[in-house]
Design a protein around this ligand. Structure first.
Ligand code: ARG
Length: 298
């Protein structure tokens, strides 16, 4: 089996052939006391500089945190830092993994934008204190890699979906695949509004994905359709304005999602998922929602 897979022809296995991985039982979140939109590094941030309501943002974050608790996920909290207004989006600074012996590993990100590079050491410190083996990418060879913003675990499987094109480089996946010893299915992102894989793909359970099809190439769509039995499509409005595909389904059953995704939510319920709607309007202004606001851990 090739380790970094770029075409449907190379997918000579099914999901059942892939060894299983425990479901995450914890998340890490960063308290957004200094969250704001201060610069523009994705199209959603244009016209939003200075527009965040800080109190609202903190209330929304509290609700997201309590929803994770409610669905049985333990939440760890790190304090954010003044001068790092995007630190709350803690899906981006790392890619954790639990190996077959139960050892915890993490790759630290190489942030694409200079404005976000200083976030990484703070997150790294948390992993260090919690006994993770820390891995780094070679900055001489790899330009960027934004953690679980672009690298998404297939629910319950030792299989990674890797987005590239805007914030992460394809080359990162060679190293990650070798070190974690997992296949990576690389998906090129082609629509600037969907600059991270987690804005256009949500892996809901082993057999179900939620996607915004226009964010992918034809080959990418072929690979997605080949590995998932059910692929739910979000409309342009729900995907682009409400970040429907940035939902989080930590346990393969409960979906935490921005409120108002009417069509997607109906589809989710029809497919047996429990839907938990939450307002993340203040975070949509920065180009993020539920999935970006946490890091799943084991
Ligand atoms: N303003 C942040 C950025 O552009 C938002 C990050 C959202 N995170 C995500 N995983 N999509 O970097």
């Amino acid at each position: 089996m090739p380790q970094v897979i770029t075409s449907a022809d190379q997918l000579d296995f099914t999901v059942e052939d892939i060894p299983s991985m425990p479901l995450p039982s914890e998340v890490l979140m960063v308290r957004p006391l200094h969250y704001s939109v201060e610069y523009v590094i994705n199209p959603h941030m244009a016209d939003q500089v200075g527009n965040v309501n800080t109190i609202e943002a903190q209330n929304e974050w509290d609700l997201v945190r309590s929803l994770f608790n409610q669905v049985g996920i333990k939440v760890h909290v790190i304090e954010d830092q003044e001068g790092l207004p995007d630190m709350v989006f803690c899906a981006n600074q790392s890619l954790p993994y639990i190996d077959e012996d139960g050892n915890r590993h993490v790759f630290m990100s190489i942030m694409h934008a200079d404005q976000r590079k200083d976030e990484v050491p703070y997150i790294e410190q948390w992993y260090r204190q919690h006994g993770y083996e820390i891995h780094y990418l070679d900055e001489d060879k790899i330009n960027d890699f934004e953690g679980c913003g672009d690298a998404i675990w297939h629910t319950g499987k030792r299989l990674l979906w890797g987005g590239y094109g805007y914030r992460s480089s394809m080359e990162a996946y060679e190293t990650i695949s070798d070190t974690y010893d997992v296949p990576v299915i690389a998906l090129k992102l082609v629509n600037e509004s969907f600059y991270h894989l987690d804005t256009c793909l949500s892996v809901l359970d082993e057999h179900t994905a939620l996607i915004y099809p226009e964010a992918f190439t034809d080959e990418g769509l072929k690979m997605i359709n080949k590995l998932f039995n059910t692929v739910i499509h979000a409309s342009k409005y729900e995907a682009e304005e409400l970040f429907a595909c940035n939902a989080s389904c930590p346990d393969g059953r409960n979906v935490i999602i921005q409120q108002g995704c009417t069509d997607v939510n109906k589809n989710l319920r029809d497919n047996g998922f429990s839907v938990h709607e939450v307002s993340t309007y203040e975070y949509l202004k920065s180009g993020g929602s539920v999935f970006c606001m946490k890091m799943l851990l084991w």
